[in-house]
Design a protein around this ligand. Structure first.
Ligand SMILES: Cc1cc2nc3c(=O)[nH]c(=O)nc-3n(C[C@H](O)[C@H](O)[C@H](O)COP(=O)(O)OP(=O)(O)OC[C@H]3O[C@@H](n4cnc5c(N)ncnc54)[C@H](O)[C@@H]3O)c2cc1C
Length: 396
């Protein structure tokens, strides 16, 4: 199996080399964690990524039925090359929502969405979080009420990444307020152009609008677009979140890192500063540890073990690495971080202001620590006062 994977990796590298320029460890121009692009440019970026997705898919890479281990190996080799870039929505569509539909969808739903999502022909966002339900996602209140062959949905979602460009949404709703919170949820596949859906982009401190508020006002969804069982929405949610954690940890290349920091430290004559040296060494070590831990993860799965809560460990390590890179950037740049000297250094603000977002997105650091404590280390669980209480009776 390992030999097969190595062979696959070599073939993939050769295929990529025919189509993309090599990076050869060269520093990237952009160190941003989130995009800060005008709407039309952001759409154009998404379209370039979709076109690249199609090329990969048609060649048998990039989601065309490959097992996850091969997918990851491909993604790792792909990082050696200059790709059209990354966008939250294309990653969410291919790495989170496509596998969830594959897992829970009816034959018609799979036909409708799995291939189009993986091939970059369709885009889907994650409509999970609400103003009063983020970490406590199972407490969400967007209500879906059955009406014959349809469901009528009213409520509000927030932080929905890329919703302004998405044709579909994976929507989690409350269908039964009478039972404990995890049991009264149902998932749907929502066409985002349905009447009653109002998408409003939110401006972030890093400049762009990566995510939106989504208001749902008596939106009608046919029962044929229900994903999974009525009352089975939590299992669907957990599957998507599991894919998200695994994916975030693997997404080691987002924003600037050691190569870009070193380049700027040399340019600004800062490489002999002891604090800069210490932080550069820490970033270098953290990047190496990430590679080794991805390798260990892969080997453990090659040996047939389930990834389980290890995804939380990798997500946490990744978010901490982003924070470390920001600290190192501040040490390298000094005042150039807060004042634009016109020499390009100021672009690091896009990293420093963006990195905290990923300590929250996909489950905050604190929540990951709780999962690690309870499920990996077997420590006593946190007290949960609403266990067994009907959702409608939980104080809000
Ligand atoms: C960049 C970005 C993109 C996002 N994209 C999406 C998306 O596409 N779709 C979507 O549905 N959501 C998305 N989110 C929302 C994200 O999942 C939530 O923000 C996150 O789960 C935290 O929820 P919250 O914002 O409600 O914070 P809260 O849950 O209110 O948490 C506030 C603080 O309290 C802490 N806290 C909460 N509960 C506990 C606990 N039990 N123990 C210890 N500490 C705790 C948290 O760690 C945090 O520091 C995105 C968020 C960001 C930042």
């Amino acid at each position: 199996m390992t030999e097969e994977l190595d062979e696959f990796t070599e073939d993939a590298r050769a295929w990529l080399a025919e189509r993309l320029p090599r990076r050869d460890g060269a520093p990237r121009r952009s160190v941003a964690v989130f995009h800060d692009l005008p709407h039309d440019e952001e759409r154009a970026l998404i379209e370039r990524i979709q076109a690249w997705q199609r090329t990969k898919f048609d060649a048998g890479y990039g989601g065309a039925g490959l097992p996850p281990l091969y997918e990851e190996a491909f993604a790792e080799v792909e990082r050696e090359f200059e790709t059209p870039g990354q966008h939250e929505l294309t990653s969410v569509s291919t790495a989170l929502i496509a596998p969830t539909v594959q897992m829970f969808g009816t034959a018609e739903q799979k036909e409708l969405l799995v291939r189009p999502l993986l091939r970059g022909d369709a885009l889907a966002c994650q409509l999970f979080s609400e103003p009063s339900a983020g970490s406590d996602l199972a407490g969400l209140g967007t209500r879906a009420v059955r009406d014959g062959d349809e469901w009528v949905v009213t409520g509000q979602k927030v932080w929905s990444s890329g919703a302004q460009f998405a044709g579909w949404g994976e929507l989690i709703t409350r269908t039964d307020p009478e039972v404990p919170k995890h049991r009264g949820l149902t998932a749907f596949l929502l066409p985002m152009d349905s009447p009653g859906v109002d998408v409003r982009p939110l401006r972030q401190m890093s400049g762009g609008s990566s995510f939106c508020e989504v208001f749902l006002d008596e939106v009608r969804i046919p029962d044929t677009l229900r994903l999974g069982d009525v009352g089975g929405g939590w299992a669907v949610t957990l599957a998507t979140l599991g894919f998200e954690r695994g994916h975030s940890g693997a997404n080691a290349d987002l924003g600037g890192g050691f190569a870009e920091l070193l380049d700027d430290a040399r340019r600004l004559g800062r490489v002999n500063n002891p604090e800069v040296r210490r932080l550069l060494a820490e970033v270098w070590a953290a990047e190496k540890v990430a590679v080794v831990s991805a390798q260990r993860d892969r080997e453990s799965r090659l040996a047939g073990r389930e990834p389980g809560p290890l995804g939380s460990l990798r997500k946490l390590a990744w978010a901490q690495r982003l924070k470390l890179v920001s600290e190192a950037a501040a040490a390298v740049l000094g005042p150039r971080l807060v004042a634009d000297f016109g020499d390009g250094s100021y672009r690091w603000t896009e990293h420093v202001l963006g990195a905290p977002g990923y300590r929250i997105a996909g489950g905050s650091d604190e929540v990951q620590r709780t999962i690690i404590a309870e499920r990996l280390l077997g420590l006593p669980p946190e007290p949960r006062a609403d266990r067994g209480v009907a959702w409608k009776d939980i104080p809000k």
